[in-house]
Design a protein around this ligand. Structure first.
Ligand SMILES: Nc1ncnc2c1ncn2[C@@H]1O[C@H](COP(=O)(O)OP(=O)(O)OP(=O)(O)O)[C@@H](O)[C@H]1O
Ligand SMILES: [Mg+2]
Length: 268
């Protein structure tokens, strides 16, 4: 993976998502306070912050899982309301949650097509087209460079890293315009992390899909992300492109607990 080979995001890349002034409380717990984020086409945005900072809550609002108490979401310039994950998906927003949502006792190929299975007619019956799904899964995973010996294996026989690759591959397969990954690298070994990062880097190179990546390892952020939003106690305290900040500065901000509101050099 070579960051140098990725051309910078074009200045004319349109803003495809804006979440503005989002606040959310759960009873007495304030999870988010007046949070605004902006995402451009083809951009890879890192969402970072301590445990409990509000990262998952923010992306669950984006994916229609939670409703915000205040604030708005605009997708491709038009205001939207996502009453359910299905609504968000219909707008091209695919999310891989921290707990993956794969079904352990189903084969890999079936997991790849969960909720959008291929069918065939046979003797007047509507049956699952397992052969087609098997072949498509094998080919598609091969295209992404994911080596799975047998797509007939059930998911619970896979390692954590392999599962993560399947979950990410499944999301990419549906051609989303926005891919949200909540800690895709948690619990992965060096090799598996490199593979998932490679998948993200490929998307970034093509600049068709925008990615929001929740990640804890700052080193990895600078490898694959264009911009960083740092959440602290429910507020965004840093918004900077990776080219204008450094790992050292990020660590300094985290340690100081102060943060700064960086002016993003990129035009709106
Ligand atoms: N469904 C819920 N009900 C009540 N409180 C919640 C709920 N979801 C999140 N919270 C609270 O909101 C705050 C933000 O949680 P969130 O899961 O968004 O954090 P996070 O930044 O994703 O943390 P982590 O890095 O540990 O995944 C926390 O204080 C959490 O306890
Ligand atoms: Mg979380």
């Amino acid at each position: 993976m070579n960051a140098q080979s990725i051309p910078p995001l074009g200045a004319d890349a349109p803003v495809i998502l804006e979440m503005s002034h989002i606040s959310k409380s759960f009873g007495a717990v304030t999870a988010l306070v007046d949070v605004s984020i902006r995402l451009r086409r083809g951009e890879v945005l890192a969402l970072v912050g301590d445990n409990g900072a509000g990262k998952s809550t923010l992306i669950k609002i984006l994916s229609g899982f939670h409703q915000p108490d205040t604030g708005t979401i605009a997708s491709k310039g038009r205001q939207v309301r996502f009453a359910s994950p299905r609504d968000a998906r219909a707008h091209g927003i695919e999310t891989v949650y921290q707990d993956l949502a794969l079904i352990g006792d189903l084969p890999i190929y079936h997991n790849m097509f969960l909720g959008r299975e291929y069918h065939k007619r046979f003797l007047g019956l509507n049956l699952l087209d397992n052969r087609k799904m098997r072949e498509l899964a094998q080919t598609y995973l091969g295209t992404l460079g994911i080596s799975i010996p047998n797509v007939n294996s059930t998911v619970d026989l896979l390692s954590g890293g392999q599962r993560q690759c399947i979950a990410v591959a499944r999301s990419i397969y549906s051609s989303p315009s926005i891919l949200v990954l909540d800690e895709p690298l948690a619990a992965l070994g060096v090799r598996e992390s490199a593979h998932v990062l490679g998948l993200i880097q490929n998307l970034r190179r093509q600049r068709n899909v925008s990615v929001i990546l929740i990640v804890h390892n700052y080193n990895q952020i600078f490898e694959v992300c264009d911009r960083i939003n740092f959440l602290h106690a429910g507020e965004i305290v840093l918004d900077a492109s990776t080219s204008e900040t450094s790992e050292e500065e990020l660590i300094r901000i985290v340690k100081s607990g102060l943060g700064r509101r960086a002016v993003d050099a990129q035009p709106a």
